[in-house]
Structure formats: structure tokens, C-alpha cells
Ligand binder design. Structure first.
Ligand SMILES: [Zn+2]
Length: 319
């Protein structure tokens, strides 16, 4: 595994470091992962509202999302958010506990993990590049700066004539967004969860499953048991979900996809929560979705391919 910076990206990193020479700073890497190589096309600055302290690093998420979309629009190929870099004081070139949190958040969103770099000026400029895998583990990797090593299309900008024709044809389809949030859909998540845990043959509990809504504590039980996952799906995965009543069942659905819907129920005699997805029944417990998504993906080839698209999404909001 190796990292290749475009000259532009590396100069962006140096310029940011130079500008904030007396304070901490950092940024995000935008590019492409292919054949065990991280191609860094752009290093974007972390934004005016970012906070950099020795033990704390937070970028201005709104600003970075905005900038990423602007920059990604000039490139022909989709770019992904690969990871981040920040400066550390003195010779401190390992990650703090807070950094661990940020790094693992990035790493768990793609099968190949993420990259994270530290810059030290002790007193000369020095950059240490790490690969971050999930579960959290760091490995130092080599980096080079060389445009010639990029597969040609990765650095390719949109063609002027293409763009003029997009404008003239009022074609909005090309406005691809690179999301700080992953573009994995709720449907993909649920399919993965179902595949992992396997179906529960609950025929003999069908009565209880259908009647569960009649128990007065049904809503309490379901809200309590689903809370952690809802929080995870909304805050970490950033899905746009809705929790609503359908046939009096609590139903969790993706606002953007009517097909992606699960119904929760409870089997009192087993003290077991279940959910129904596409007419099949699955056992559910607190934090189940989070736990499964946090596991490193195994051999599921199709799914791996799907989550290669992580962070790359279509523009739904039309700025
Ligand atoms: Zn740090």
C-alpha cells in the first residue's frame, strides 16, 4: 500500500502549513483509491470554524462539504474523501486518543480503511503517513509526490465543450457530489444486517409478532431498544430516516427510498425484539446495526463493491 500526492495536493498541504506556521492546522484528502494506492488529488483546507488543539481536532464540516463539492465538480472522475491530515506540536508524531476517535470514524466507512497524516516541524517539515484500518490499527506507509504516477484520468478535468453542452442542455445529472457523509443507503445497510444475522423462523410466534402493538409498553420497548442505532444512523452514517407508525407498528424508513423500510415488533414470551424486512423476520437487539457496520467487511464481494462508492453520492438537494 502506498500514497501518491499530486503536486497540486502537496503544495496545498505545504501552503496551509506555512500559513498557519505558529498554530495547529490540517485538512482533508480528496482523491481515489485503486490498486492498493491512495491517489491524493487535492488537499482541502479544514475551514474557518475548525478547531485544532494538541489533543483535539475538528474540521468545519459544513465548509469542507461545500468545498469538496465545488472542487469535485471540476474533475471528470468521482473523487472520494480519503482521510485527513493535521499538524502536531514538536515531534509528537503519534495520534492522540481524540485523533483515534476521528480516524476510526473515517476508517470504518470504507473497506480499505482511511489514511491519516501528521505534520511536524521539529524544526524541519516532516510528514508521517499512516494507513488506518478497522478495527483501529495504524501502519506507517510511504508517500511520494508525482503527477506522472497517476492513472491519467484521475487528474483529468472536465472538458470545456462537455460543460458548455451540459449548460446548454440544462443537464443537471453531472453535478456529482462527494459527500463527507457516506452514500450507503439504508437498504444496503439493512441487507447487510439481514445477511449477517440470518433469518429468524418465527412462524410459531406470528400471533405475538402481529399483536405486539396492542401491549401498552410496545412503544416504550421499541423506542428504548432502537435508540442507539437510530442515533448512529443519523449522526454517524447521516442517513435521512424517519420513524413513524404504520398499521400502528413502529416503522423505520428511508425518506428517500420507499422500499427501504423495517417494522419492529416484540415477542413477549421470548423477550425478544424482532424486525420485519421484505416479509422476513429477524432478531433485533440494542446496537445491532452499529455493531455489524463497525465490523470489518469480510468476503461479501458484492457489498464491498457497493461500499467503494462510499462518500460519493448524487446531488439530492440541488444547491
Ligand atoms: Zn492530533
Amino acid at each position: 500500500m502506498r500514497v501518491v500526492f499530486s503536486e497540486r495536493a502537496f503544495i496545498e498541504l505545504l501552503a496551509e502549513t506555512y500559513e498557519k506556521i505558529s498554530t495547529e492546522t490540517g485538512g482533508v484528502f480528496l482523491g481515489y483509491y485503486e490498486n492498493e494506492t491512495w491517489y491524493i488529488v487535492e488537499c482541502l483546507d479544514p475551514g474557518p470554524k475548525s478547531i485544532f488543539e494538541v489533543a483535539y481536532f475538528e474540521y468545519d464540516e459544513k465548509y469542507v462539504q461545500h468545498l469538496i463539492n465545488k472542487v469535485a465538480r471540476i474533475y471528470k472522475r468521482n473523487l472520494s474523501l480519503l482521510g485527513l491530515w493535521h499538524r502536531h506540536p514538536g515531534s509528537f508524531d503519534v495520534f492522540s486518543t481524540t485523533d483515534d476517535g476521528t480516524n476510526s470514524k473515517y476508517a470504518q466507512l470504507a473497506p480499505q480503511g482511511a489514511i491519516s497524516a501528521l505534520v511536524n516541524i521539529d524544526p524541519k517539515f516532516r510528514l508521517t503517513m499512516y494507513h488506518v484500518s478497522n478495527p483501529l490499527r495504524y501502519r506507517k506507509i510511504q508517500y511520494e509526490v508525482n503527477d506522472a504516477m497517476f492513472p491519467r484520468d484521475i487528474l483529468c478535468l472536465h472538458n470545456i465543450d462537455d460543460y458548455i453542452s451540459f449548460i446548454n442542455n440544462n443537464d443537471k445529472e453531472i453535478f456529482k457530489r462527494v459527500n463527507v457523509k457516506p452514500s450507503i443507503t439504508f437498504n444496503e445497510i439493512i441487507s447487510r444486517v439481514c445477511k449477517t444475522i440470518g433469518e429468524f423462523s418465527g412462524e410459531k410466534y406470528e400471533g405475538e409478532i402481529l399483536q405486539a402493538v396492542k401491549d401498552e409498553d410496545y412503544y416504550d420497548i421499541i423506542s428504548d431498544v432502537t435508540f442507539d442505532d437510530l442515533e448512529f444512523l443519523a449522526n454517524d452514517v447521516r442517513l435521512n430516516l424517519n420513524m413513524q407508525k404504520e398499521y400502528n407498528f413502529i416503522c423505520l424508513l428511508d425518506k428517500d427510498d420507499n422500499e427501504a423500510k423495517i417494522y419492529f415488533s416484540y415477542i413477549r414470551s421470548l423477550k425478544q425484539c424482532v424486525f420485519i424486512y421484505q416479509n422476513n423476520c429477524y432478531k433485533y437487539r440494542k446496537g445491532l446495526i452499529k455493531d455489524i457496520l463497525s465490523e470489518p467487511p469480510k468476503k461479501a464481494k458484492g457489498f464491498l463493491n457497493n461500499i467503494r462508492k462510499f462518500f460519493i453520492g448524487e446531488d439530492e438537494s440541488n444547491e
